[in-house]
Design a protein around this ligand. Structure first.
Ligand SMILES: CC(C)(COP(=O)(O)OP(=O)(O)OC[C@H]1O[C@@H](n2cnc3c(N)ncnc32)[C@H](O)[C@@H]1OP(=O)(O)O)[C@@H](O)C(=O)NCCC(=O)NCCS
Length: 151
C-alpha cells in the first residue's frame, strides 16, 4: 500500500469513512455510514482510509476491479491524497488477482478526470445521462501490470 497514512477500513470504520464522504460530496449525494457499512459487507468490496482526510471503496470480481467511490475533504485536496488512494486500491486489487481496474466519472468533474488521466486511465465507454444532474458518465480503465510499474 502506498502512503503511510493509508490503512484498510472495514465496516467498523463506516462512520469515519462517511464523515469524509459527506464533506466531499454535495448534500443528497454522499453515502451515510449505513450505506458504506452495507457496501463493505458485500463480497469483494474493500475500503481504504487516509487518516488525513481521504477514503476509497473498491470492488473486486474475478480479475476485474472497480472503484466505487473516492473522496478527499476539500482542505486536503491537490496534495496527492486522491492519487495515492486510487493507486493503493489498485495495488490491493492487483495483489488479489485483478488484471484491470475500472471506474466511472462524470463529464462535469474536471478534478477527478484530471486525476485519472494523470494516473493513466483511458476511456473505454460512456453512459449517457447517467448522473442525477443529467451528465454523462465516462467509463475509464487501466491495466494492472507488474508490481512497482503500476502508477
Ligand atoms: C477527485 C478527488 C478525490 C481528487 O482528490 P485530490 O486529493 O485532490 O487528488 P490529487 O491531489 O491526488 O490529484 C489532484 C489532481 O486533480 C486534477 N485536478 C484537480 N482539480 C482540477 C481541476 N479543477 N481541473 C482539472 N484538473 C484538476 C489535477 O490533475 C491534479 O493533479 P496535480 O496535483 O498534478 O495538479 C477530490 O477532488 C474529491 O474528493 N472530489 C469530490 C468527490 C469526487 O468527485 N470523487 C470522484 C468521483 S469519480
Amino acid at each position: 500500500m502506498s502512503g503511510q497514512a493509508i490503512t484498510r477500513a472495514g465496516p467498523l470504520h463506516a462512520t469515519a469513512l462517511s464523515a469524509i464522504h459527506a464533506r466531499a460530496f454535495p448534500e443528497g449525494e454522499y453515502w451515510d455510514a449505513r450505506i458504506i457499512a452495507g457496501q463493505l459487507s458485500q463480497p469483494g468490496v474493500f475500503g481504504l482510509i487516509d487518516t488525513r482526510g481521504g477514503m476509497i471503496l473498491a470492488r473486486l470480481a474475478a480479475d476485474e476491479a472497480e472503484v466505487l467511490t473516492v473522496a478527499v475533504v476539500p482542505e486536503r485536496r491537490q496534495q496527492g491524497l486522491g492519487g495515492s488512494l486510487v493507486a493503493a486500491a489498485a495495488e490491493e486489487a492487483r495483489q488479489r488477482g485483478a488484471a484491470r481496474i475500472f471506474l466511472e466519472v462524470s463529464t462535469r468533474n474536471p478534478a477527478a478526470r484530471g486525476l485519472y488521466q494523470r494516473l493513466g486511465f483511458t476511456q473505454v465507454g460512456r453512459r449517457r445521462a447517467y448522473y442525477a444532474d443529467g451528465s454523462d458518465a465516462l467509463v475509464l480503465s487501466k491495466r494492472l501490470g507488474e508490481k512497482n510499474v503500476l502508477f
